[in-house]
Design a protein around this ligand. Structure first.
Ligand SMILES: Cc1cc2nc3c(=O)[nH]c(=O)nc-3n(C[C@H](O)[C@H](O)[C@H](O)COP(=O)(O)OP(=O)(O)OC[C@H]3O[C@@H](n4cnc5c(N)ncnc54)[C@H](O)[C@@H]3O)c2cc1C
Length: 383
């Protein structure tokens, strides 16, 4: 089989890239190893993503406007979002929708595992193991690697390795009377006992709540952390589903090379501090696809332009959130200060505005001065 672009991986990054490319009239093979995949994920997405990518109302199961952050000593700061909401999706439905949209735009959706990819004189040769028709070869002029945190595409094509990975686990609990309070509430726990270097969460979905935690200590016992979190939440019911996966915590040193581009988790595009990856997966998929279209008509020299634009647009966010994690997630004293500062209405507003639309709008100088002073005060007192 021959095509213009082979997109490897049908998650949010790959499905978005394939949709953009197919809409523009290219022949696209979207290769996904499991069309019934349920990517382990909290499925929290910002309003800006829902609007920009036209996510239909029935895919967004909950529009959550209340949020609470909890400190190691049990201090709870409750907040509400006046101008937006966090959308909650279930990945098995969300990814399927995105893939089907790409297919209806003209991409050929192939259920197969990519086994090998190598560069040839005029493109890329892929060996895939199709679920129904056995081994097949695909020749593509361009390759988009969207195959997640353990990207085989990146490995096969010799991209620099991504060493920075965290592990996260999540369990699903059906609603019961004791869990009703989570219907419109996202709860975030900053507590060394449930996560020594990240955070733990409760996310509400249509018929269940998702409870999870993460850590950068990939050799530690994530199951123990999750058990402790359940204990602290005092959950009396048993989960009906458990899922876990790695999260890249740092962008790769390079994510374009020749006529190949990595997008989403394959490129390591999850932000530190909040572990958000879906928005950046879809943005990188779209940006890589649009750059590829420009390269084909000579408006850009190479796919490197995608990496350059992405870094320019989003790396201030990556750097800022990496600093936040470094500054506050190291011990419970710092976590206590972090939660205390969340009480400030301006801090809440800046957090929500930057999360919902990924726009970093500098606060007025007096607000910055006030936040800095409060920060120093809480850090000095440790609460
Ligand atoms: C427990 C957990 C909770 C999370 N919560 C959130 C959250 O609430 N909000 C958020 O924004 N982010 C969250 N993330 C991060 C988010 O899940 C990822 O950043 C996001 O899924 C990245 O999308 P992607 O398309 O790049 O990769 P993926 O979603 O990982 O998709 C990769 C796809 O490639 C396929 N694939 C892999 N290898 C092959 C192969 N060899 N051949 C063919 N197909 C292949 C896989 O089956 C998969 O469908 C969470 C992550 C975890 C682990």
């Amino acid at each position: 089989m021959k095509c213009d672009v082979a997109v490897i991986g049908g998650g949010p990054a790959g499905a978005t890239a394939a949709n953009e490319l197919a809409k523009a009239g290219l022949s696209v093979a979207l290769i996904e190893r499991n069309l019934n995949n349920a990517k382990p994920c909290g499925g929290a997405i910002p309003l800006g993503l829902i609007e920009e990518f036209d996510i239909p109302a029935d895919i967004v199961e909950r529009k959550v406007t209340q949020m609470a952050v909890r400190s190691p000593k049990g201090r709870v700061i409750s907040m509400s979002m006046p101008n937006g909401y966090v959308g909650m999706v279930r990945r098995e439905r969300f990814d399927k929708f995105l893939r089907e949209r790409a297919a209806s735009s003209g991409a050929e959706l192939i259920e197969a595992k990519m086994r090998a990819v190598k560069q040839t004189t005029d493109g890329y040769q892929l060996s895939i193991d199709a679920t129904h028709s056995g081994a097949t070869e695909i020749h593509a002029t361009y390759v988009v690697g969207a195959d997640g945190a353990n990207s085989k595409t990146a490995h096969e094509l010799g991209f620099p390795a991504n060493e920075f990975k965290a592990v996260a686990i999540q369990q699903r609990f059906r609603y019961s009377p004791e869990l009703e309070r989570y219907h419109n509430l996202v709860e975030i726990w900053f507590d060394g006992e449930v996560s020594p270097d990240f955070y733990a969460w409760v996310f509400p979905k249509a018929d269940h709540i998702a409870v999870g935690t993460g850590t950068e200590d990939v050799n530690g016992n994530i199951k123990k952390l999750q058990a402790r979190f359940r204990e602290k939440l005092d959950l009396k019911v048993e989960p009906y589903y458990e899922e876990a996966a790695k999260i890249p915590m740092h962008p790769r040193k390079m994510f374009t090379q020749g006529n190949a581009a990595l997008v989403g988790d394959a490129a390591g595009l999850v932000t530190a501090s909040n572990g958000e990856g879906i928005f950046f997966a879809m943005q990188s998929g779209k940006m890589a696809a649009r750059t590829l279209l420009k390269v084909m008509v000579g408006k850009e020299k190479s796919l490197a332009a995608y990496e350059k634009h992405f870094r320019r647009q989003y790396f201030p966010i990556y750097t800022g959130l990496a600093f936040l994690q470094w500054a506050y997630y190291r011990n419970d004293r710092l976590r206590e200060s972090f939660v205390a500062i969340c009480e400030d209405k301006h801090v809440q507003q800046i957090t929500f505005d930057s999360y919902l639309y990924k726009k970093m709008v500098p606060a007025p100088l007096w607000v910055q001065a006030k936040i800095t002073a409060k920060n120093l005060y809480h850090l000095a007192l440790g609460h």
